[in-house]
Every structure is written in C-alpha cells, then in structure tokens.
Design a protein around this ligand. Structure first.
Ligand code: HSE
Length: 434
C-alpha cells in the first residue's frame, strides 16, 4: 500500500521531535499502522538544529503545505489561535485530516473546528494537546467509555510544576526556575499562560468535555495562578501533612460542573502529590473503575512528539473507515452532548486552608471560630505558630471541612473586618482526592 503523506507545519520543539520520531521509528510505526508514514513536506521559516530534515521539501508558507494535494494528514504545530485556526480550517476544507498539539486552539475554537470536520468527514486528533506524552485523552475517551466519570484532577502544566518543585526542594527563586523552563522549551511563548493557569485551563476544558460529554467552554473555567504563593504557605502546608500543587479540577455535581484551576493542598501521601518537576499526572474517577492515575512527561520535544505520532498512526488506520463510525472528537456523539451548566467558582465546593495574621492576645481564636461556625464552616485542624510571633502578630492557620465557596468568601470578609486581624486572609483550596 502507498505510504501515507504527512505535512508538518512548524519545526520548533514539538515539530522537530515529531519529524525525528517518525524517521527513527519508521519501521515500527509502519508495522503498527499497516502502511508507511512519510513526511512529504515541512512548513517552517526557521531550521531546527536538532532535526536533520535531509531531502524533505521545505516551504516557508504553511498554506503551500495545506494546499498540497499530495498531503493526507496536516500536523499543526505552530501554536496560537489565529493563523493556526485559519490553517486548520483550510486543511479541513481541503479534505485533509489534522493532528494538532494546540490546546489553546482546541479549548477556544474546538466546537467550531469539530463541526467543520464532521461536515467534511475528516478527523481532527489532539492527544498531544493535554499532558504531553501521556495518552490521557485516549484513556478517557476510549479506555473509560463504560464509566460515568465523577471527577478528574490533574497536574497538567509542566512548567508550573517544575517551578513549584524547584522552589520547594531547592529554595530557588520563581524567576530563575521560569527562565530555565523557557530554555528547556517547556514554557509557553507567553509564560504567563503557564504561571497564571491559562494553559492548564485550556487542557482542563478539553479533559472535562471528553469526560462529561459537554461542549468546550474555556470561557467558563475559573483560573488562579501560582505567582502569589509564598514559601511560608508551602512550609505550613507541609507541617499540616499537605503539598501545594497547581491543580486542574473538573467535577460533576447535581447542580452543574466544576471547572477550576488553582493552587491546591493535597495530602502529601497521595501519589499525585509526589509528581515533581516537569512531570504531569491526571487522576480520573469513574463509577465503575474507581480512581485511576496517568503519569508521564507533560512537555518536551519527544514526549509530546510521542502523542502526535500516536495520533498520526490512529488517523492512518482510520483513513478507510466510515466517518460516522469513528470515535467522536469529544468522546460522545455530537448530538448527545449535555447542556449541564458550568458552575461559577462561588458555587463550587472544596475544603480550605486559611492563614490569618492576627494580634496575639486572648479571644482572637474564639472570634475566628465564631465567624466560621456562624456560617456552618467546620474546622478540621488549626495551628497557631506562637514561635513565630512578630511585632505582636501571630499566624493562625486552619483547614476547614468541605463547604461552598460563597460561605468562605463571606467568612473571609468578616474575618478581615475584625480589629484583631491584619492583612488579607490567605486562602488556598484543599482537595483530599479520595
Ligand atoms: N507549557 C506547557 C507546559 C507545555 O509547561 O506544560 C505543554 O503543554
């Protein structure tokens, strides 16, 4: 059988890795796919020194590639929303299948892209868009197809996890670690996407859609970054038996779906609390299977290429199949997507870590306890660091039971009105993940 012709748009970190893996493992890949897979053209403006493209034709114009009648599968690795969207829509219009690692594009424009792809009977595959090399989309979409999925929670930004790990283990500064992540090719072109949780929210949006069968709704995801975390809170969390991780959480409740990215305290003995460096991990809880955990490199040249190439193999195998009998893009049949609403953060439920900077004199703890109990907030543990009294102020740290966020907002506002409380109350959500 004739080899399948692939065009790679973008020869950066992931594009270069994809070319190298397709070339190095060509024989194994052909044995899996049932036919050869050949890179027929590359579109890039810059050569990649880590990638020997030999005699493969190169164009500087991505639309040359998309209009090349020889190409069966367009691999979009240029990133961003604007040109990438135009490119993918053009490829679909030209009847080509698409493989992309572009989480921003899928999270924001995926509904439109998949609708166009259905019209044209082509596949848009996006395994590499979430958690780099971990085949978590395939696991949820196919491996867990028998389950009603209850919740998922993941460390899905390698850069953020790398920064938190280096800060905690080596006491390095935020800026210093971020610079290294950029040099290693992990960080987004705009690294605020990593540290402010936007990249994680893109990925969480995609995971929630395929887990619960809902349309992509990135604009409704709640996002809070890691830039304001302090070493003091990292250390208090440790003392309470927790680790702080930047977590994406999606949970199905009767009222709606929680979709939130924020720093989170996780019990230190959970496997996921021990996922360090650039590694990613996603826990998925289904009613039949219980909790499952997927772990691996969440970014980087060949780990991400591993997912891109797996999609290319999947598309190759599906080329001759009936478009109506393929795995749906968002796991559920498009006419069966649910309109279960995404909840605002104030309606989400979690436990909370609070750090209150209080004046060190009698009755302060009683006032704090009264404010919480008046709002039905149950305290799980409390710690007052007498040894850390400074200028007559003492940090009071407590962890609550689960409660709706609106009640914690009210309690924090009341605490901050007390004469005995100075500074803003620090609030970090807590998840037991059991
Ligand atoms: N900037 C992303 C990360 C790259 O650090 O996880 C992979 O999506």
């Amino acid at each position: 059988m004739k080899p399948v012709k692939v065009g790679i748009c973008g020869l950066g970190t992931v594009g270069g890795g994809t070319f190298n893996v397709l070339k190095r493992n060509a024989e194994e890949i052909a044995r899996r796919a049932g036919r050869g897979i050949e890179v027929a053209q590359i579109a890039t403006r810059h050569p990649n020194s880590k990638c020997d493209t030999g005699s493969t034709p190169i164009t500087a114009d991505i639309f040359d590639l998309v209009n090349n009648p020889e190409i069966d599968i367009v691999v979009e690795l240029i990133g961003g929303y604007t040109v990438a969207k135009e490119l993918v829509l053009k490829a679909i219009e030209n009847g080509k299948h698409v493989v992309t690692a572009n989480k921003a594009l899928i999270a924001v424009h995926g509904n439109e892209i998949f609708a166009k792809a259905r019209e044209k009977g082509v596949i848009v595959a996006f395994e590499a868009s979430v958690a780099g090399g971990i085949p978590v989309i395939k696991a949820i979409r196919e491996g867990l197809a028998g389950n009603r999925i209850n919740w998922l929670a993941g460390i899905i930004n390698g850069t953020g996890n790398f920064i938190l790990t280096e800060m905690r283990e080596k006491g390095r500064t935020f800026e210093d670690v971020l610079k290294e992540a950029q040099e290693l090719g992990y960080a987004e072109a705009d690294p605020t996407f990593d540290v402010e949780g936007i990249d994680a929210a893109h990925k969480l949006t995609i995971l929630a859609s395929i887990a619960f069968g809902i349309p992509l709704q990135f604009d409704k995801a709640y996002t809070e970054g890691i830039a304001r975390l302090t070493t003091a809170d990292v250390n208090y969390a440790e003392a309470l038996g927790y680790r702080i991780k930047h977590l994406g959480v999606a949970r199905r409740t009767e009222a709606g779906i929680e979709l939130r990215v924020h720093p989170t305290l996780i019990p230190a003995d959970r496997l996921i609390a021990n996922v360090n460096g650039v590694m990613n991990a996603v826990m998925v809880n289904g009613d039949a299977v219980g909790s499952t955990l997927y772990y691996g490199a969440g970014a980087g040249m060949e780990p991400t290429a591993s997912a891109v190439v797996a999609d290319v193999v999947d598309v190759t195998r599906a080329l001759t199949t009936d478009p109506n009998n393929r795995v749906p893009h968002l796991a559920f049949q498009p006419d069966s997507l649910s309109d279960h609403p995404i909840l605002p953060i104030t309606a989400c439920e979690s436990a909370y870590y609070l750090r209150i900077q209080a004046k060190d004199h009698p009755g302060v703890l009683a006032q704090v306890a009264t404010i919480l109990s008046e709002r039905g907030i149950n305290i799980e543990s409390i710690m007052q660091k007498e040894a850390e009294v400074q200028d007559g102020l003492v940090p009071v740290i407590l962890v609550t039971h689960r409660v709706v966020e609106q009640r914690i907002d009210d309690a924090i506002a009341a605490l901050e009105r007390l004469d005995d409380v100075v500074d803003k109350v620090v609030r970090i959500r807590v998840e037991q993940l059991n």
